[in-house]
Design a protein around this ligand. Structure first.
Ligand code: COA
Length: 469
């Protein structure tokens, strides 16, 4: 039977993503699309699927290797059926499916990629538009940093590792380090596979504290720390409770928020835009929107107005680089929009907002929101943002202070529009006012820049004819 080489597909432009877990071993039978390894970059962890069904005859990578797209992963003796033509036969050793370069949400000038999903998309298990490492020291507590009480009892090691369980080598290794028999752990992965989190939760349950699950250090090597931020309180002493495990996305978002909160000197400015005319215009387009099979909310207008204000106030469209020595001026205007999903907050990015029509933006907002909620966004769709809009307009509230989505330097928080009496010089008239809050990184954006940006935004939204100028 032919042996084919499986290579790393498009992984969102990540260079040197680390192999954090091998999901198969030599001799294993694998199905088409079954995960072979887990790669982790600073943006995501991805399960890399097999492009063929068959038997693993050789693994070409090991845990800790750093891989880029096209790197050989495994040799698989192909089963007679379900051969995927995109896998490379050994003889020709053809590269993986063609890919497009992806932008980095980072500091250098970039090539804008077409948003075409890769032929064999990696399964992205956690993605958050990540903050760039900033000049300030990293916070002491990050997403996977956890704490072990010095006196916490560690379960007794049992070296009789069970083979009946479904778990990757990394999890097995960790289990050995923790002295846990995997047979005791419930797996929450596909086909009951035991994930790192399952093991972590099991150990937490045993010792009642959070533990560090670094791939590189064993429990014994970790220096116990005491958290001053999240004291471990037994809330069950006060009433009935239920503990659920946080999703990776949730934890990554929390870490990114925390890092931004600690490292970025935030200023927030507030204003209200009179969107009475915009709302009238929008209401008049309802039938047209239906005809186009879309919905026209205020968001596309906000995106367009922000694009104009970003163009005219380029400080808001920049980023720090080289530890704050230089400023990157972006010549493109890509805007992220925060989407509230059951799995957590996601920020898909709409590219070249300045060059798109309101209808095109309306369609893209709707499509990206659906994809975000179904967790079908590609890494490319989560990268490259210059600025973010977080709209809680549909949810409510009269104002909030959004946290800058670093390395971006500005974010607009939009609250619920309300009809209020406005004095026109002679009388109070009912006007629809939209509360806006602009947060920015005060290392880059001064009060003047922020004030001019917000004032222009308010003017544009109050008279949307100016958007076409
Ligand atoms: N004031 C009053 N009504 C508003 C509004 C505002 N600021 N913004 C939207 N609405 C209305 C819309 O017009 C629509 O009503 P309509 O159909 O009668 O016109 C309704 O609210 C629903 O809008 P929504 O489905 O939310 O669409 P959207 O285009 O405004 O927003 C998302 C799309 C994806 C951004 C939004 O659904 C979402 O997820 N927001 C949450 C973002 C978040 O969690 N931010 C916090 C980050 S920490």
């Amino acid at each position: 039977m032919p042996v084919q080489q499986v290579t790393v597909p498009d992984i969102g432009g990540a260079e040197g993503a680390e192999v954090i877990e091998l999901l198969v071993a030599v001799g294993d039978q694998v199905a088409l699309d079954q995960g072979l390894i887990v790669l982790e970059s600073d943006k995501a962890s991805m399960e890399i699927p097999s492009t063929v069904a068959g038997t693993v005859v050789e693994l070409l990578v090991k845990q800790g290797d750093h891989l880029a797209e096209g790197a050989p992963l495994a040799m698989i003796e192909v089963a007679e059926v379900a051969v995927d033509q995109s896998a490379a036969p050994v003889a020709s050793a053809a590269p993986a499916a063609p890919v497009e370069p992806l932008t980095e949400q980072a500091t250098s000038a970039v090539v804008v990629p077409p948003e075409v999903p890769p032929a064999v998309p990696p399964v992205v298990s956690q993605v958050v538009a990540p903050p760039e490492v900033t000049a300030s020291p990293a916070p002491t507590m990050v997403a996977d940093t956890a704490l072990v009480a010095a006196s916490a009892p560690v379960p007794v090691a049992d070296t009789r590792e069970t083979v009946a369980v479904y778990a990757g080598p990394a999890v097995r290794k960790l289990a050995r380090e923790f002295g846990v028999q995997l047979g005791q752990v419930d797996g929450s992965g596909p086909q009951g596979r035991i994930l790192k989190e399952d093991l972590q939760q099991f150990v937490q349950g045993l010792i009642g504290v959070r533990v560090k699950t670094s791939q590189t250090k064993s429990l014994g090597e970790e220096q116990p720390e005491v958290s001053t931020l999240t004291p471990n309180i037994d809330f069950s002493k006060f009433g009935e409770i239920e503990i659920t495990q946080r999703s990776k996305l949730d934890k990554l978002t929390a870490a990114n928020m925390h890092r931004s909160w600690l490292n970025v000197p935030h200023v927030t400015q507030f204003d209200e835009a009179d969107i009475t005319d915009l709302e009238e215009f929008r209401a008049g387009l309802k039938a047209e929107a239906e005809r186009r099979d879309t919905r026209l909310t205020p968001l596309p207008f906000l995106l367009k107005a922000c694009a104009v204000a970003l163009r005219d106030n380029p400080r808001l469209n920049s980023a720090l680089t080289r530890g704050g020595e230089d400023l990157v001026h972006k010549k493109y205007i890509h805007i992220g929009m925060a989407v509230d999903t059951p799995a957590g907050l996601m920020v898909p990015v709409i590219r070249d907002v300045d060059r798109k029509t309101i209808w095109a933006l309306a369609r893209e907002v709707a499509e990206l929101a659906v994809k975000a909620r179904e967790r079908k966004l590609s890494p490319a769709q989560l990268q490259g943002g210059c600025f973010t809009i977080s709209s809680l307009g549909n949810i409510g509230g009269s104002g909030f202070t959004p946290i800058v989505n670093t390395p971006e330097v500005g974010i607009l928080g939009v609250s619920k529009a309300a009809i209020k009496p406005v004095w026109n010089g002679k009388e109070f008239t009912p006007r629809t006012l939209l509360p806006l809050a602009l947060s920015y990184d005060h290392r880059v954006v001064n009060g003047g820049d922020g004030g001019r940006f917000l004032t222009q935004l308010v003017a544009l939204l109050s008279d949307i004819r100016q958007l076409s100028l």
